[in-house]
Every structure is written in structure tokens, then in C-alpha cells.
Write a protein of this length. Structure first.
Length: 648
């Protein structure tokens, strides 16, 4: 690490101008410092993680604090005996007022940073003032505790003492505590005399005592400081560990820092300007938290799935004993947004850290999800303020999100019996594996009750008649039934009556019930034997009986297929083999459920010769086939005394 350049031009101002009482020992020390100061004419110093070169702001990632300047009035301590630097923490509000400091002591802004490197804590601070002339003391006070309650929302003149540690009405006002310290820059426009003053306490209830100044800038391994070229700015870094302010192992945190200008380095120095502003706590320890859903992507199952998150809490830049708790939120990305950021999601609960060392793995309380969808966890570790460990939140959403998939049920079907034409066909579907409907917003910290069964419909489509069924255009019949969860569902009455014989195929489709239950179909390829139904007809028989040639009768029957319906046609041929001209014909309509006997007659005279009857049945019952009785009746007709006489 390069050493600091030395300047012999830096001289402290006469003591009388400061109004300080300095011992001979202190003067001797200051004289040594004057020969080793890091000044505006010096070269840059690589000091731990920082490069001190007078370019402000410096310190990678330094926190910036702005402050009113110029003629603007700003809040600061009253000039009085209760507000000296050694006792201001005991001052009773109101102890602040509007002030307007002179340019050389009027701070415009400040910068802060803290890093750990090589087993040591390095503190960076910088400042800017209105004027580049004049001299004074720059004071940065570093406190472990955060702002007192009276200052938590604003620096109200009437109620706020940012340094407060006293107890009021049983409530401890945090602020200064033992081990806190001031870093004072004795700047005369050309020198950087840096010293520390540490607060001590003889016992927990004893008053705080401000220790004597201890020079830091005499040792280039402990501190370094430089001005900007125009001398309105200064930056410095301190090795807190080498300076005896931290051990370089435990976590170091400053929750409240007050940059200021003061009249000197004595206990009775007054504040000229203060930057009273809330800061993001400075910490040498970087907490880490990474989380992973315990089960990854899951199915909604029967309608409720239990999920959990696993958080791994680690610590870099120091050591400590795990404490505090991890709080877990669960977000539905459809309603809470895709990032599950701060303020989003439902709080599932928290789990305390246990064990002796980091990292620590902790599992969230169980959450119950009742709606399929996309979800993300968010976890926050409370940190350990007592040991200087700030809080941490999980920001890696890619590893925190998971899918809850809908249930895919099973749909099996069984067609009704084959039938003859004119009969009815039916189908029955068995639905299983559905999930219940969501409860509330879909996320619960307790097992939900009263979930409704899956809804939706099952649609039955009948294709045919053909050998393949499907792909033959529109179904010949479609009907739907409502679903209430798992169960058996059938085509409703009245059942369908096909009007054509052939092979038919049922196709069943369940609509599903968003978001928890997917839709599913069965037999879409029409290749399931269980979904095939055949519609057939039955043969009919006809028997005829002839009394004499002009008269004939027929008896119809069918093995199955219902009533005999249709028309019987009698044709008489003047030949013995049903050829040639029909000399007589008659259609007889029948509508008789039994075996039917029908007859015909004609009184017309027929000449002698051969005759034959042909009887046919044209059925109007689709279950019965048409039938041709054939040419089975032949007879010869002779004439006797002028009357026709059958020869048979």
C-alpha cells in the first residue's frame, strides 16, 4: 500500500483561536503529526478498499447525505451548556433550532462507507463545505444504535434528540452507547489531523464518558485524509481495527451517523452545523439469504397442496451466533404480480434461527394452496441489530417461484347394450381424480375446509353409423350433463333412438373446471371396444295360404324387433312362375303387434290356365327387414258349369 506524502506546510492554528486547553503532551503529538499529515498536495493513498486522492465522492458505493447550505436555515443544536458535544445526549428537547452557520463551517453534503478487508474494518467518510477558506473541526460521530423514537419519523424540534440515550417514562431512548466514537478532522485548509474520541461507561447505568482525543493520522496504517484541489471537500479513511475500534471479526454496524462541524476538540465544544439525516445502516457484515421451494413444482392433487420454503441464511464479512427469524410471504403471481416484491403476498409466518454458526437452514411454516397457478416465495431475515448484522431479503425470484399444476382426471366410459333399430342407445362415464375448487384467494395458513367439488360438464357425442364412426362429419347425437366432482354420469333420459342400423361410437369429453381440474376426453379415435354399440335389424318371415285362386292370405312374424308394421303386397300372375303380367295386385296395410294374418280376394272371373302368387312385406319398423315371400304358390284354374274351379 503506497504511503502518504508528507507536507511541512500544514500547521495547527494557535490554541487561543480555538479556545481549547491542550496539554503539552498533546502539543508534542500534534507537532509530530504536522510533519506527517496527508494534505492537498500529497499523492493518492491506496488505503484498504479505498483510494484516498481528494476526489469526492469516493469509496465505491458510498452513501450520500445532503444538507441545506448557503443562506438556507437548517435544524441544528442550540448553542448552550446542555448541547456541548460531551453532554448533548442528555439534553432535553427542545434542544434543536433553526440555524444558519457561516460558510467555512456550513456543510453541504457528506459521504459514508464501511467495508471489511483482510480481517480489518475500513471506514470511509467525506464532506463538502460552502467555503474553501477558514478553518475548523469536522466531526463524524458513529453510533451503533439507530435513531431514538422521537426522531424516528422526523427531526422534530420539540421532541427529537438524535444523540439521546436517557430513559423517559420507562422507554429507553437509543442513541449514544459505550464504544461509540467521534472522528475529528482538525482542518485548517491544508492539513488533516485525525483523532478519535471513544465513549466509555463504568457500568450499564453509569453516565457516558467521552474519552480523551487519540491521534490516528500520525500512523499512516491507521488513517489517511486528503482535500480536494479547491479545498472545499475532504475525504478520509480509517482502519478501525488497527485503531482499536473494532476487532475485525464480529460484525460492525453503525445505524446512526451525524456529520457536523464543531468549535474544537474539547468536551465543551459547540456544534456549528449538523447533517441530521437518517442513514441506511453501515455494516461490515453482509447477510445473505437464499431460498428454495421445499418441493419444487407440485400438483394441486385433490384440491389442497401443502408447500413450504427453505431459507439458507449466511454471513460474510464477520462471524456471529445465528439469531433472529426469517419471515416468509407467498405470492400468487396472477394477483400479486410476477416479482413478489416488498408489500406483496400473504404472510405465512416466521421461523427462528438456531445453531451456533452460519450458514443456517430454516424451513417456513406450512402454507396451503387451493388454486393451481404460479407462485413465488419471498423471505426476509430480521438480522441481529444487537450484534451489528443488518436485515436481508431474498431477491432471486428465479429460484423462488414454482408451479402448482391442475389435476388431470381419469375418464372411463362404458356404452350401453347393442340394440335393434328403433331401440335406444346410452353411455355411462366414470370420472375420477378431480380436484375441489379454490377456497378464498387460494392461499391459507391453515388447512381449508368446505371446498366445493369440481364442476363442469361431460358431453356425450355419438358418431355413426359406420365402421369407423369418428371423422364421419358431425355427431348424430350430442348431450351434456353437469358434473359435481368424481362420480358416474350417464346420458340422460330420454335416451337416443338411432334410425339406421350399423356401428356407432360414443365419445365422452369432460370440460374441466378451471383452475384446478383439467379437461379430458375418452375414445376420440373411436377405437375403444367399450364405447362401440351396434344397431341391427331382424329377419322377418312370411307364410301364405291359398283357398282358391283369387284368394290368398299371409302370416307375418319376426324373431325380435317389435310390432309388425308396414305393407303386404299381393301380386297375382297369369303364369305358374310369377312371370309376365300381373293380373291382380293389392296392398294391405298392417299395424298389429301379433303375428298377423292378412288376406285378399277378388270376384273377377279368371280364365282357365296357370296362376301364381307373389307376396312381399315392406316394413316400416326399422328393426325388421323387408321380405319377399317368393313365387311359391302355383295353381291351375279350370272351368266347370261356367264357374272357375281350382285344380289344386
Amino acid at each position: 500500500m503506497p504511503s502518504a506524502s508528507r507536507s511541512s506546510r500544514a500547521h495547527p492554528r494557535p490554541l487561543r483561536r480555538r479556545g481549547l486547553r491542550r496539554s503539552g503532551t498533546f502539543l508534542a503529538c500534534l507537532a509530530v503529526v504536522a510533519a506527517t499529515l496527508v494534505s492537498s498536495g500529497a499523492e493518492a493513498v491506496a488505503f484498504g478498499p479505498y483510494n484516498i486522492d481528494g476526489t469526492v465522492p469516493g469509496g465505491d458505493g458510498a452513501q450520500h447525505l445532503d444538507d441545506p447550505s448557503g443562506s438556507a436555515k437548517e435544524i441544528g443544536p442550540k448553542n448552550g451548556s446542555p448541547t456541548k458535544i460531551s453532554v448533548i445526549h442528555t439534553a432535553t428537547p427542545p434542544m434543536l433550532e433553526l440555524t444558519n452557520p457561516n460558510g467555512q463551517v456550513d456543510l453541504k453534503q457528506a459521504w459514508l462507507n464501511l467495508k471489511r478487508q483482510g480481517g480489518a474494518d475500513f471506514l470511509y467518510f467525506a464532506w463538502e463545505r460552502d467555503s474553501n477558506t477558514g478553518s475548523g473541526f469536522i466531526s463524524f460521530e458513529f453510533m451503533k444504535n439507530g435513531l431514538p423514537s422521537g426522531c424516528a419519523t422526523s427531526y422534530a424540534v420539540a421532541t427529537c434528540n438524535p444523540w439521546r440515550t436517557a430513559t423517559e417514562a420507562g422507554n429507553v431512548k437509543v442513541g449514544r452507547s459505550a464504544g461509540d466514537f467521534l472522528i475529528l478532522w482538525d482542518q485548517s485548509g491544508s492539513s488533516a489531523v485525525l483523532s478519535k474520541r471513544v465513549w466509555t461507561q463504568a457500568s450499564p447505568n453509569a453516565p457516558l464518558v467521552l474519552g480523551a482525543p487519540v491521534l490516528l493520522s500520525a500512523d499512516p496504517t491507521k488513517a489517511a485524509g486528503l482535500y480536494s484541489p479547491d479545498k472545499t471537500r475532504g475525504e478520509a479513511a480509517i482502519n478501525l481495527t488497527l485503531s482499536g475500534l473494532t476487532d475485525g471479526q464480529s460484525c460492525t454496524t453503525f445505524a446512526n451517523v451525524i456529520p457536523s462541524t464543531v468549535t474544537g476538540n474539547s468536551d465543551t465544544a459547540d456544534y456549528k452545523d449538523t447533517i441530521l439525516q437518517k442513514i441506511d445502516p453501515l455494516s461490515s457484515c453482509a447477510p445473505t439469504i437464499s431460498t428454495t421451494p421445499a418441493d419444487g413444482d407440485v400438483s394441486i392433487g385433490s384440491g389442497v397442496v401443502e408447500v413450504a420454503d427453505v431459507a439458507t441464511v449466511g454471513l460474510t464479512g464477520g462471524n456471529g451466533t445465528p439469531s433472529g427469524s426469517v419471515s416468509y410471504w407467498l405470492c400468487d403471481t396472477d394477483t400479486d404480480g410476477p416479482t413478489c416484491g416488498a408489500g406483496e403476498g400473504e404472510l405465512i409466518g416466521s421461523t427462528n434461527l438456531t445453531g451456533n454458526t452460519f450458514p443456517v437452514e430454516v424451513t417456513s411454516p406450512t402454507a396451503f394452496i387451493t388454486a393451481a397457478g404460479s407462485y413465488c416465495w419471498r423471505a426476509t431475515w430480521s438480522g441481529d441489530a444487537a450484534n451489528g448484522i443488518p436485515a436481508a431479503s431474498e431477491n432471486d425470484k428465479a429460484g423462488e417461484c414454482f408451479e402448482v399444476s391442475a389435476a388431470t382426471p381419469t375418464l372411463s366410459t362404458e356404452a350401453g347394450d347393442d340394440t335393434t333399430a328403433g331401440g335406444t342407445v346410452s353411455d355411462t362415464a366414470t370420472l375420477s381424480g378431480t380436484a375441489t375448487q379454490p377456497v378464498g384467494d387460494g392461499i391459507s395458513t391453515t388447512a381449508p375446509v368446505g371446498a366445493a367439488d369440481a364442476g363442469g360438464t361431460i358431453t356425450f357425442d355419438l358418431y355413426g353409423p359406420s365402421d369407423t364412426g369418428c371423422g364421419q362429419g358431425e355427431p348424430v347425437y350430442t348431450v351434456s350433463v353437469d358434473v359435481e366432482g368424481d362420480g358416474e354420469y350417464s346420458t340422460p333420459d330420454p335416451q337416443f333412438e338411432p334410425d339406421s342400423v350399423g356401428v356407432y361410437h360414443w365419445v365422452a369429453t369432460y370440460s374441466g373446471d378451471d383452475p384446478n381440474t383439467n379437461g379430458v376426453s375418452h375414445n376420440t379415435d373411436c377405437d375403444e371396444d367399450s364405447e362401440e354399440v351396434e344397431v341391427t335389424d331382424v329377419p322377418s318371415t312370411i307364410e301364405t295360404a291359398q283357398s282358391w285362386v283369387p284368394n290368398d292370405s299371409a302370416t307375418l312374424s319376426a324373431a325380435a324387433g317389435g310390432d309388425m308394421k308396414g305393407t303386404v303386397t299381393f301380386d297375382l300372375y297369369a303364369t305358374g312362375d310369377c312371370t309376365g303380367a300381373v293380373v291382380f295386385t293389392e296392398d294391405v296395410a298392417i299395424d298389429d303387434p301379433s303375428g298377423v294374418i292378412v288376406g285378399t280376394s277378388n270376384e273377377d272371373a279368371f280364365g282357365a290356365g296357370d296362376y301364381s302368387w307373389q307376396v312381399t312385406y315392406d316394413s316400416t319398423n326399422p328393426a325388421q327387414r323387408d321380405i319377399d315371400g317368393g313365387c311359391e304358390e302355383t295353381s291351375s284354374l279350370a272351368v266347370d258349369d261356367g264357374d272357375p274351379v281350382s285344380s289344386d
